[in-house]
Ligand binder design. Sequence first.
Ligand code: BG6
Length: 510
Amino acid sequence: MENPFQETLFHRNQAEPCTMVIFGATGDLTHRKLIPALYNLAASGDLPPHFQCIGFARRDKTDPDFRSELETANRKYSRQTHSDELWQRFEQSIHYHRSEFQDLEGYRSLKDALDRFDQQRGAPANRLFYLASAPEFFKPILELLKQAGLNEAPEGRWARVVCEKPFGKDLTTARALNEVVSQTFEEKDTYRIDHYLGKETAQNIMVLRFANALFEPNWNSRYIDHVQITCAENLGMEGGRGGYYDTAGALRDMVQNHLFQLLSLVAMEPPTDLSADSVRDEKVKVIRSLRRWVGPEAVGHNVVRAQYTAGSVDGVERVGYRQEDRVNPESNTECYVALRLYVDTWRWQGVPFYIRVGKQLPKKATEISVHFKKPPQVPFATASMLSNSENTLVIRIQPDEGIALRILCKQPGQALIMQPVKMDFQYSSSFGKASPEAYERLLLDAMLGDATLFARRDEVENAWKFIDELEHAWHQSAHPPPMCEYPAGSWGPKEADELLAQDGRQWRLL
Ligand code: BG6
C-alpha cells in the first residue's frame, strides 16, 4: 500500500524567490530565532534564490549597524557554527527599514524598496510579511499593509503573512484579530506560528502513530490507561519577560497553543491525506471535543494553578514569582498549571489526559507519555510485580529528543523475576546529525506555501473557547479556585500531585 508520508518525508521543493519583511526586527525573536534560522537555511542551501530580508522597526539604524548586531546574535544562537565567509555573503541580503508601525509613509517607502529589489532582479519576487512586533501593533501593521497595497502580490506571485504568538489573549481578541487578518490576507496566505509544531519530535508523532502498524491498533481507550504531557522549564522571568508574562500566565502562554497542539497530535484521528486542511481538520476536532470545565467548582476540581515562591534551581537561589522584575507584587497570574482533560470522542472515552506546564521547575524537559493498561493477568507474576507491569511509551520532545518504550522483561537467572527495561531510540545517535531548529522548518514551509504546521483560524478560536472558561472561573467568579504555591526548583504544588492521586495515578518522574 502506498505510504502517504513518503512525499512529505523525502521530497522538498526549492522555494521560489522571495523577499521577507520582519516587523519588529530589532526585537529578541529576530536576534535569537529568525536570523539564525535564515542563516542555517542559507548554510544548508535551502534559502530561495535571490532571497532578501528587510527588517522594519522604529529605531534609527543603518544597514551596517543592523547587520553587525545580527552577526553578534548569530554567533551566539546559530545551530550550526557561524562561518565568517558564509555570513559575509548572507548579510548582503539583509536590509534595515526605519519607520513607525502606524506611519503609512513608512509602508509606501517599503513598497518602493521592494519594487527596487524586483527591478534589480528583473522580475517580481514573492513577499512574506512576518509580524514579530508587540501584538498591539499587529492591527495597524495589517491595516497599513493593505492601504499601501502590499497585501496584494505582484502578478503571478504570492504575498503571505506570518503571525507570531500571542494570537489574541482570549476568544474576543483572537476573533477581532482574525477579522483584521482576513480583511487583509486570505486564510490560505495566513500562517499563525506555533513553534512547537516545527519541532522535529512533534512532527514525528504522526509518523509514529500512523506509519507503524504496532501502535495505531492500540491507540485508544481499550489499551491506553491515560496520557501525560509535561512541559517543564527551569527558567523564570529572565530577560525582562515578567512584564509580558504577568499579563498572560501559563495557561495563555503555553497551554492554549503549544500544549493543545501536542495534545491534538496525540489524540487526532488519522487524516485522509497530508494536505494542510486534512491534518488541521482532524486536529481541530480534538480541541472541539474537549470536555468543558465551566464554573469554579469544575475548574477547581480539574485544574490546579500555582505560583513559585523563593527556592533554588540548579543550585542557584531564585526569588519568588511576585518578587520578579516587572511582576506585580500582588500578582494573581499563574506560572504553573496542571489540568485533567477528557477528549470526548469514541476513541478516547474515559481516558484522562493530564497536562502540566510550569516555570522554575528542576529542569527543562517536554515529553508525552502514553501509559498503557496493565495486562489482565500475568500468570507468573506476584501481585507486587503486577503493580509495576505498565507499558509506557515516552516521546521526548526536548531535550535529548527520542522515544522510549518501557516493557517488562525477565531478569537473567534461575528465578523468574520480572523487571521493567527501556527500549530507547535517540535522534542524535540514530540519525547522526542535529535536527533543524523549529523556526528553520517553519520559515521554509511558509515560503513553500505549506501551512500544515501552522494553526488555522478555527483551531485558535476553539482553543480560546476552552481557555476562557478557566480564566473566567479564576478571575471573575465570587469564589475562585485557590492559587497554590511551590518552591522554585520543585516539581510543582502538592495539589497537582493530588489531582492524579484522586484517580489513583501519579506523575511520571522525569
Ligand atoms: C514560548 C513562551 O512560546 O515558548 C515562553 O512564550 C516559553 O514562555 C517558550 O519559555 C518555550 O519554548 P521552548 O521551545 O524553549 O520549549
